[in-house]
Design a protein around this ligand. Structure first.
Ligand code: SF4
Ligand code: SF4
Length: 254
């Protein structure tokens, strides 16, 4: 799309959201930073299963509250079984966490290097950006849900209804490929907080985690935290056998 037309459509989105939610909204189209490849690392030995990352993600990314859409799911697993999805519990609700004999595996989009969701989308509405973030054009998505069927991580969510976001809870700082409110009938998912990370900020879930379990950075930075983790810690990716090559790593820090 020519730059001028894109600018005009962003201004139109801002006007529409401002009118709908009654607060001044900005919609950016900040491009990928050249030479950066984002990656995430989560320390399984630190996560306490508090779900604060889930709630911070909701505050930041403007998903529907009713029906509720949440991009992060925290799975409770039994230490005796290890990482075992067939016995994982996403609905755990003990009096306090962490629960004896359990550990926790937060799961969101793994920003696969080889993403099956992109291959199966018939409309070209989803693709991988130069910084590795897999994005969705909410105007091109036809809601067929082929991407949801092909995602091995259950990371994509469908808007069955017009999203409901109370005006006072809207995050007015938006990115066109990220946290702008998604209409009924399209698919959405985590974008590594594209509206933050492309301007040098951490994702909201990294900032809020009280246990310091979440790490984020540039995979191509030889002196960066992600490379340090890869080189010095015991690292795993989920469903490695599928060759999706996630850029969301899990590790044991201690
Ligand atoms: S906020 Fe941190 S400790 Fe809490 S569930 Fe999320 S990753 Fe785990
Ligand atoms: S985790 Fe799922 S939605 Fe995310 S890039 Fe991989 S296949 Fe696509």
């Amino acid at each position: 799309m020519p730059r001028e037309r894109l600018r005009a459509s962003l201004r139109e989105l801002e006007r529409r959201y401002t009118e709908t939610y009654g607060v001044p909204v900005t919609v950016a189209d900040t491009p990928a930073i050249p030479g950066v490849r984002f990656a995430y690392a989560l320390d399984l030995s630190r996560c306490v299963g508090c779900r604060r990352c889930v709630y911070a993600c909701v505050e930041e990314n403007n998903p529907s509250r009713d029906p509720a859409v949440q991009w992060i799911r925290v799975l409770a697993m039994e230490k005796e079984r290890g990482v075992d999805f067939s016995h994982a519990d996403p609905y755990y609700h003990p009096a306090e966490v962490p629960e004896e004999g359990h550990f926790y595996v937060p799961v969101a989009c793994q920003q696969c290097e080889n993403p099956p969701c992109v291959k199966t989308c018939p409309s070209g509405a989803t693709w991988k950006e130069p910084d590795g973030i897999v994005v969705i054009d909410y105007d091109w998505c036809i809601g067929c849900r082929c991407c949801m069927a092909s995602c091995p991580y259950g990371a994509r969510h469908f808007n069955w209804k017009e999203p409901s976001i109370p005006a006072g809870e809207l995050n007015p700082r938006m990115h066109v490929l990220g946290n702008r409110p998604r209409p009924k009938g399209v698919v959405e998912k985590c974008t590594f907080c594209i509206q933050r990370t492309r301007v040098g900020r951490y994702p909201a879930c990294v900032e809020v985690c009280p246990a310091g379990a979440r790490k984020f950075g540039d995979l191509l930075d030889p002196g960066g935290e992600i490379r340090y983790i890869i080189e010095h810690k015991r690292v795993l990716v989920l469903k490695e056998e599928l060759s999706t090559m996630p850029k969301f790593l899990y590790f044991y820090g201690t």
